[in-house]
Unconditional design. Structure first.
Length: 457
């Protein structure tokens, strides 16, 4: 368990309960019944959609929206909490069965039971609360004949229907980062987005005390990946890393994600240590050794760096270590830093540092991440390189990736993922990750194709 996962789960549970609560209210509105049934089951299905994300189930938004009308049609005569609990269990089961990503069967069974119990408790609650509380919380009346009074009916309708504009407002707020980072993708593509809980796998501590996270497929792996994330304080649990990790895991790879110094749960060197303590080469070796001990010797090894993680891939190519494939995604070769206060402050902010380096020491450390120098030090007999561009890219990265590509020696190949952003069509909102599975599948596909191509030579 890690703090990123825990924060996201707490928020998700609150969201699940709220949506399920209002779904229960709307389902008890008698007129217009067919419309309220549809609306109520949409809320319940969205609640279940978020719930299954906790155990690693991933589905695009259009699937729960498609399931809801089917459930509304089949369950139109179900009114008791017990009946609704059964349908809640059916919804969770269906979502798990058609999941695009692997998950634990035991977790799915447990979630199905818990979610059905949650729905049962909420339905019983909305059935039995007295009138005076229903005035404030818009719960239905507890009259002996079981029929909602006119006044309560109005309050229930108002509170239930009021959820609709709130959901629209939430969708608009979610669309802001979507529109900002995916400016050339239509809003209809948002239906292909799914929700996920940040989870990079089981925590492991490498020999050099760096923290890494291990994801293993249920079946024997087809390959092993050491993955280095981009610049984000969450480290391996950032939203941009999630599509890469889950796409590779779904394709059958074991994925070891490494937190850089100061990112995620890897601490920065303290003030008493020398600047050499900032040298990441020991981490590259430690991660490679860990993967060697985890996998059989005949399984292909791949090293992948996204954005800032490009430096670690280039660093490894300058050593005697030879993985079967090296992947550079959204890599660039920015100019060396000058007395730029923005990058100096961001260096400390990204790493959550409570003390500051001198600018001279900062420049010295930055040399470890100078991709131009690292590319020049790549060994002549290096591992084949796959250079992955994203079509929708930051302007500075688009310009600075060309010098890096030119500096890379053969063998190398270059591909561009269409309609894909620097963050692989993902973003974060209130600790929850939203991303499109197309980008994840496309990335794992080009990695797999390059691996097969070079291994067959």
């Amino acid at each position: 368990m890690n703090r990123y996962w825990l924060d996201a789960v707490i928020f998700a549970i609150v969201l699940i309960a709220v949506l399920r609560f209002y779904g229960s209210i709307v389902l008890r509105i008698q007129y217009p019944r067919w419309l309220m049934q549809l609306y109520g089951w949409i809320l319940c299905t969205l609640s279940a959609w978020i719930a299954v994300a906790i155990i690693g189930v991933w589905l695009p938004l259009w699937i729960p929206l498609l399931i809801a009308p089917v459930i509304a049609l089949l369950a139109h005569s179900s009114t008791s909490p017990r009946h609704h609990a059964v349908w809640n269990g059916i919804i969770v089961t269906v979502l798990c069965i058609i999941s695009h990503f692997p998950y634990s069967l035991i977790n799915a069974v447990g979630l199905c039971f818990l979610y059905a119990c949650l729905g049962f408790v909420i339905d019983c609650l909305t059935d039995t609360l007295p009138k005076n509380i229903s005035r404030f919380f818009a719960f239905i009346s507890s009259e002996h004949d079981g029929v909602i009074s006119k006044r309560s009916m109005q309050l229930v309708k108002f509170s239930g229907i009021a959820v609709l504009p709130l959901l629209i407002i939430a969708g608009v707020n979610l669309h802001r980062p979507f529109k900002y980072k995916l400016a050339r993708i239509e809003l209809t593509s948002f239906l292909h987005f799914g929700i996920a809980i940040p989870n990079a796998g089981k925590k492991v501590v490498l020999q050099d005390s760096h923290v890494a996270w291990l994801l293993e497929p249920e079946s024997p792996p087809i390959g092993g990946v050491v993955f280095y994330h981009g610049a984000n304080r969450a480290g391996s649990h950032q939203y941009a890393a999630f599509p890469i990790q889950r796409g590779l895991l779904a394709a059958g790879y074991t994925v070891l994600s490494v937190d850089h110094l100061g990112y995620g749960e890897t601490p920065t060197p303290n003030q008493e240590q020398t600047l050499e303590a900032w040298n990441p080469i020991t981490t590259a070796r430690a991660a490679n050794d860990f993967l060697d001990k985890t996998l059989a010797s005949n399984i292909p090894r791949i090293v992948i760096g996204h954005s800032m993680g490009t430096s670690e891939v280039l660093r490894l190519l300058g050593t005697e270590i030879r993985p079967d494939l090296a992947v550079i995604a959204a890599g660039s070769a920015p100019d060396p830093p000058k007395n730029n206060d923005y990058w100096y402050e961001r260096f400390h902010y990204d790493r959550s540092m409570k003390w500051q380096l001198t600018k001279e020491d900062w420049k010295y450390i930055h040399n470890y991440y100078d991709n131009r120098k690292l590319a020049a030090n790549v060994r002549p007999n290096h591992t084949p390189i796959l250079f992955v561009d994203f079509e929708i890219e930051w302007p500075n990265v688009r310009i600075q990736r060309e010098p890096l590509w030119d500096a890379l020696p053969m063998p190398r190949m270059r591909v561009e993922l269409p309609e894909t952003t620097h963050y692989l069509n993902s973003f974060e909102k209130n600790k929850l990750i939203f991303f499109c599975n197309r980008a994840a599948r496309n990335f794992s596909r080009v990695v797999d194709e390059a691996r097969n191509q070079y291994l067959s030579q």
